[in-house]
Design a protein around this ligand. Sequence first.
Ligand SMILES: [Zn+2]
Ligand SMILES: [Zn+2]
Length: 279
Amino acid sequence: MNLTNYHSHCSFCDGRAPMESFVESAVKAGFTAYGISSHAPLPFPTAWTLLRERVDDYLQEVNRLRGLYGGQIELYAGMEIDYLNEEQHPAILYFQQLSLDYRIGSVHLVYTPEGKIIDTDTSVENFRRLLAEEFRGDLKGLVSAYFLASMHLVEKGGFDFVGHANKIFYNVEQCEPDLTRGKWYQKKLEDLFAFVAEKGLYIEINTKCYPQRGCFFPCLEDWKWLKRWKIPVVVNSDTHFPELVNAGRREALQALLENGFRTVAEFHGGEWQEVPISL
Ligand SMILES: [Zn+2]
Ligand SMILES: [Zn+2]
């Protein structure tokens, strides 16, 4: 039944409940494996990342829950690690030395032409404001910064799968509907997914926004690249609420089947395996 999820948050970062509530919810939903992946510490404080001084507590809490629920579910300690710059990304020694079962590599932040850091993973209204104020309305400039960071993330490596690749497409489409379908944008996607394949990384199908927006990250239109290069996919809900651990999972698996995918990657016994999709 492919009841697994390896991308989830909790109150150690910006998730809305304690880690244990998410685990309880996953057990109740019959999940066989569940990974906790708080936003990794950044070199500056934010409202959404795990604090570096709390990393030990975070790992200990996963271990404590493994002791309590280990008979019912495989529990894993992961982290969603941002690519920010040459000094801050999943491959740096600090993240490689942590006793994590797996790592997610994601891009949320980009540098503006003035060297300011902005978060692209934001509401449409805020995205429009940032585009106007920080990029002088240059949408291609903003998109280029995002894909440059994504390419650097893949180049550095040090993680298992790319979190929500091309998540920016949704906000871009709200600003300029045709840009994502054009040659310029498609070339960026082709280059990114080709590079992911070359590096032997996996791609997640992120279902977080499926309940409200009806789309996945990467979106259905991008899946042709995953098929072309036979990139293994991991279906994840990226949940921030215990009641949403399972949101969009079945729909994503159904869509994968309809698009000719036959397997998904699942982490069991501490290893990634290709498992047939069965609904
Ligand atoms: Zn993310
Ligand atoms: Zn996340």
